[in-house]
Design a protein around this ligand. Structure first.
Ligand code: IPE
Ligand code: IPE
Ligand code: MG
Length: 238
């Protein structure tokens, strides 16, 4: 059980859910089995956040670069996303989870996009946990798209260049209105951010664990939070 004071807990945790493939490999299972096991970790993680009153959880589920994986794997991941949405909507409603999605959603198969849209709408009144799925998400693409929208407004004379501040820029990102992550967790030991929330993690605390995503459990989350609670966040000041 966690003994960390509330003010030392993050408001927003973001996770790079990595290591599904290696988890499956080490068991001589197809990679898909790793992704399936990883989907169960998503639910565990969301439950953990709800138990500890952490209101925001963002999960990197599929990157814009992941489209470059073999067709069979992309297909399996899209199918899994579809099943996840279909199977878990009822639970999300029961538990009070509000679903959000960031990323180039137009690239998703039409039926999954529709299901996602329906889930976003259905859960929009829930307030216990904000669960943000980053799907077909790439931070550079997100930033370029924000710049494009701003440029269009400036060229139409609807926006003055001086008005383009950090805050305004943030309003054009997919994460507009969401708090910035306080804690970024990456599983499976890779020391990189892989095009995830580059703008938003400017001052996030980073925690990398060797645990593979399908094995990531309450103990790992507790260890991450304990580590986080001991950090001194200075934000560049003294
Ligand atoms: C993370 O696991 C899930 C996605 C990127 C969709 P990986 O599929 O990257 O697993 P590893 O890194 O190959 O072990
Ligand atoms: C990052 O993992 C993307 C997701 C977890 C969805 P990857 O496995 O795609 O990243 P790299 O290839 O190790 O950088
Ligand atoms: Mg990986």
């Amino acid at each position: 059980m966690l003994t960390i004071p509330k003010e030392k807990l993050p408001i927003h945790i973001a996770c790079i859910m990595d290591g599904n493939g290696r988890w499956a490999n080490s068991r001589h299972l197809p990679r898909q089995a790793g992704h399936r096991a990883g989907a169960d970790t998503v639910e565990r993680c969301a439950d953990f956040c709800m138990t500890h009153n952490i209101p925001w959880l963002t999960l990197y589920a599929f990157s814009s670069e992941n489209w470059n994986r073999p067709k069979t794997e992309v297909h399996a991941l899209m199918l899994l996303l579809h099943e996840f949405l279909k199977k878990r909507l009822h639970q999300m409603m029961e538990k009070g989870v509000r679903l959000h999605a960031i990323g180039a959603l137009s690239r998703l198969p039409a039926r999954t996009r529709k299901l996602l849209q329906d889930s976003l709408e259905a859960t929009s009144g829930n307030t216990r946990l904000n669960l943000v799925l980053a799907i077909s998400y790439g931070s550079r693409g997100e930033i370029a798209s924000a710049a494009r929208k701003i440029a269009e407004k400036v060229s139409r004379g609807e926006l003055q260049p001086d008005a383009v501040t950090e805050d305004l820029f943030g309003e054009y990102l997919d994460t507009a209105g969401m708090p910035e992550p306080d804690l970024l967790i990456r599983t499976s030991g890779e020391m990189r951010v892989s095009n995830f929330l580059l703008w938003q993690i400017s001052y996030a605390e980073i925690y990398v664990t060797d645990t593979l995503w399908p094995d990531f459990g309450d103990r790992d989350m507790e260890a991450a939070l304990l580590d986080y609670s001991r950090r001194k966040r200075r934000f560049g000041a003294l």
